[in-house]
Design a protein around this ligand. Sequence first.
Ligand SMILES: [Zn+2]
Length: 626
Amino acid sequence: MRHPLRRATLAAAVASAMAFSAPQARAADLPVAVDQPYPGNLTLHVDLSDASRHLYHVRESIPVKAGHAILYYPKWIPGVHAPSGPLSNVAGFIVTGNGKRIPWRRDLKEMYAFHVDVPEGVDKLDLSFDYLAPATPDYIPLSFNEVAFYPAGHYTSRITIEPTLKLPTGWKFASALETASQSGDEVSFRPVSFENLVDSPVMTGKHFTRIDLAPGQSTQVHLNITGDTAAGVKATEEQIAKQRALVVQANKLFGAHHYDHYDFLLVTSDHTGHFGLEHHQSSDDRLFANFLTDPDANAAAGTLLPHEYIHSWNGKFRRPADLWTPSFAEPMQDDLLWVYEGMTDYWAGVLTARSGIWTTAQWRDSLAAIAADMSARTGREWRSLQDTADGIPLSSRGSTGWANLRRGADYYPEGQLLWLDVDTKIRDLSGGKHSLDEFARAFFGTDNGSYVPKTYTFDDVIATLNAVQPYDWATFLRTRLEYTGDTLPEHGIEGGGWKLVYDETPTPFAKTAEKIRKTVNFAYSLGIQVDDKGVVTDSQWEGIAAKAGLVPGVTIVAVNGKDYSAQVLKDAVTAAKSTTTPIEFLVKNIDDYQTMKVDYHGGLKYPHLVRGEGKDLIGAIAMPKK
Ligand SMILES: [Zn+2]
């Protein structure tokens, strides 16, 4: 059912359609945003009561003056680091003024800008549209950038908006937004800046749990959970204790926080993408339906909540100067994502271990998996780590074939190894007196309570590192960031007293990853990864299997004359160790069947860390702070 008010507005609008003439075609110079308050408050009403039909109905009003106005739909989305605003999901976009329809015209160069000629006597534009939403019958993770336009020409931090929401009947919700009032399913939030609105998603659902993660503390932190089933949104006492330890350990690490209150918004579902998106005072966290009920799933995704939480400090509060933008229209520059994401990934591993979500051994197994994966990056010959950050707005992160050659978003995993390298170097140079913990406190632990972004440059990172431990950090980082060649340029594993080796038995972590990802990793033996249907998902560039024709996208139908299964292939690889006969594959490529022979006799290979030279610094880093 549509909102009755909206239907009336639409009827009036249609009756008076074409009362005003359409704006001329434009590819205009768009206005530079100014750091001045936008006059008047916007209002926004998002009606989620029709979400079961995959529709959100939206009404918005924007105060304007007569003349030319430009409305933007948010394009560059913080945390995504890319021009990914889902404008193609907006339909039925109607603009009215004083009840009369006003034509709009899209800018010819900037597709996210809409020109409107505001007639004399109109001081407010009324927008109505539908957001064509994905199907999620039991919950909605609502991001406001999907359902709100804003006027061009002002910093979004200087535009004030009053959001209201109609929930599906009986559903509960959580958000970092502060509730002004609630009457049944209608919720009014306190006015916020447009910037903070986009930074404050609402999670609403049928099955709902809210857990206090900072009991007795003046600054509240909550874990809110919704998802597919009632059982899937319940956390155990042990899980809760570990998430509480995460809050304690993060605050001990950074020494200050950057939120009034913090809300994890966790969806446990098999019907939404699995990802996390950071915000100052909340995070949009989406994981498997069995994340809380299956210990393996829980361990496999153990760093997700820590990662998004750490972003409140690294990424939201401290933000690369060229990534920060005054509105969502200006391009973001992603060259410092190896700090923004790489160091966040590093601290996520550390805090996951310090809080007990992982054991130290699990963290080491994770580092072994990452180090092996990054060591096998054939694409390092042509593409530096720095370029993986620079080029991310254009990358299709969904494509995985030839991942080792493309490199994708390597600033996450290799960034993690980079910061382990820095941390162990500081500890080594200072004889154990100093560590990256001091950098964390100095860089992120200022301005307690503030969530106004504080920007930084590469030089600021270097200056803070030098204040912790003098060294030529610029050269140290640049040589690793800009390296092209065939070896892993980071040495934090060795610096931490461990080394990467391969044997025939997977670590428990690798076994779990195999189960969760439904993909078997033969990358370090045959040079392929294969999903549970036999599809080759990745193949090492110029590897023995790729040369034989086992490339991403083909399906392995049989191995040595037997139907494909992961176990059949593992057995064949093991058996080939003691023969000189190649392994024979029957492979399907679209509708073409071929036999391929791979002359490999090296056995199965899985990565592990074993103790190397020097002190166990990885063990020391994983120790909880007192
Ligand atoms: Zn991140």
